[in-house]
Write a protein that binds this ligand. Structure first.
Ligand code: NAI
Ligand code: MG
Length: 340
């Protein structure tokens, strides 16, 4: 099996090598390295060179770090959004899980107001439509962005969410939307949600996105699986990450019919890049999602256990209150796995 590895910029270059240590310890993959991002642009004049696209095409799986965007360049096109579209990776799965360690993670992340032992929510974000279709235009006094929701796009992401819930023994799927204002676009999404929910024996309900922003902080455990449109999913997943100690703990899978791309939810974090203190757990948890994807669930669980072990024993980077370096956290994970 071929895995195309794109480290990208900033802490992408620091966390992906740790993920690779784990990937190579537990699996036997052909690793194909490729470049993308701002540094790549400065070197070759492309954010996502043709060779990278070719290598990604050739691979079964892509492991992606993070890239620094360049909004000042009018020609800038996000490599990650391009890859999602190119391979039609329509389902973005983002597990928000504190491994039942609410007190520990809450304390080290400095949350005094949260007293929730276990948080285990999965956000499923539509990944190809909505405001991310990139159709923006402007004239003298107006700027317009098109928000596209298609029937096909809504149907397949909602179906994916219910299938995910069924396969993973989840009890409820909640649709998050703003159909009271976006009557036509989110109206279609919500209508599709209830239509498809009838095929499943799983509880289905819905919330407005603004209320969801509040509920996530006040009573996050009303949620189990969330299915939502692209932009809302982007924002809510960063918000939800704060419940479990921040972006350093949230991996994600971008899944299509024939290919999948795995990436930590965080960006290139220029504020801490180069210091060797980025939390590699999100990237390492991407490897557990890769093993889940290829139905090697034992290996996937072993990686999650190793992360849990590190959290319980304070073997963490500074974002989670520890004093380990990125590499040292990777080494602890490797040590735990080797001893099992
Ligand atoms: P960010 O996710 O890079 O960082 C947000 C905050 O979280 C920062 O304070 C950072 O230090 C912290 N953080 C993130 N990951 C961490 C980790 N693994 N360990 C410890 N702390 C961590 O988001 P930001 O700063 O808004 O964006 C930085 C750049 O990354 C921008 O150019 C942005 O466009 C890009 N970006 C790229 C993404 C991707 O490639 N998929 C996703 C999100 C942002
Ligand atoms: Mg984001």
């Amino acid at each position: 099996m071929k895995i195309c590895v794109i480290e990208g910029d900033g802490i992408g270059k620091e966390v992906i090598p740790e993920a690779l240590k784990v990937l190579n310890l537990l699996g036997n993959f052909e690793i194909i390295k490729a470049e993308a991002g701002l540094e790549c642009y400065k070197k070759y004049g492309y954010y996502l060179p043709k060779e990278t696209i070719e290598k990604a095409k050739e691979a079964d799986i892509i492991l992606f770090g993070a890239v620094t965007s360049n909004p000042k360049d009018k020609n800038y096109k996000s490599p990650i959004i391009t890859l999602r579209k190119l391979f039609d990776l329509y389902a973005n799965v983002r597990p928000i899980n504190n491994f039942g360690l609410g007190e520990i993670v809450g304390k080290i992340a400095g949350y005094k107001f949260l007293d929730i032992k276990s948080i285990d929510i999965v956000i499923i974000r539509e990944n190809t439509e909505d405001l991310y279709v990139g159709r923006e235009k402007e004239n003298a006094d107006k700027a317009v962005a098109e928000r596209i929701i298609t029937k096909k796009g809504a149907e397949r992401i909602v179906r994916f969410a219910f299938e995910y819930a069924k396969d993973n023994n989840r009890k409820k799927v909640s649709c998050i939307h703003k159909a009271n204002v976006l009557k036509i676009t989110d109206g279609l999404f919500l209508e599709t949600f209830y239509k498809i929910s009838k095929n499943y024996n799983i509880e289905a309900n819905d919330y407005l996105v603004d209320a969801t922003a509040m509920h996530l902080i006040k009573n996050p455990n009303i949620f189990d699986v969330i299915v939502t449109t692209n932009m809302f999913g982007d924002i809510l997943s960063d918000e939800a990450s704060a419940l479990i100690g921040g972006l350093g703990l949230v991996p994600s899978a971008n899944i299509g019919e024939n290919k999948a791309l795995f990436e930590p939810v965080h960006g290139s974090a220029p504020d801490i890049a180069g210091k060797g203190i980025a939390n590699p757990m999100a990237a390492i948890l991407c490897v557990s999602m890769i093993f889940d994807y290829i139905n090697e669930n034992k290996k996937a669980n072993l990686i999650r256990e190793a992360i849990k072990y590190c959290l319980i024993n304070g073997k963490t980077t500074p974002d989670l209150g520890g004093n380990l370096k990125t590499k040292e956290v990777g080494d602890e994970v490797i040590k735990y796995i080797k001893e099992m």
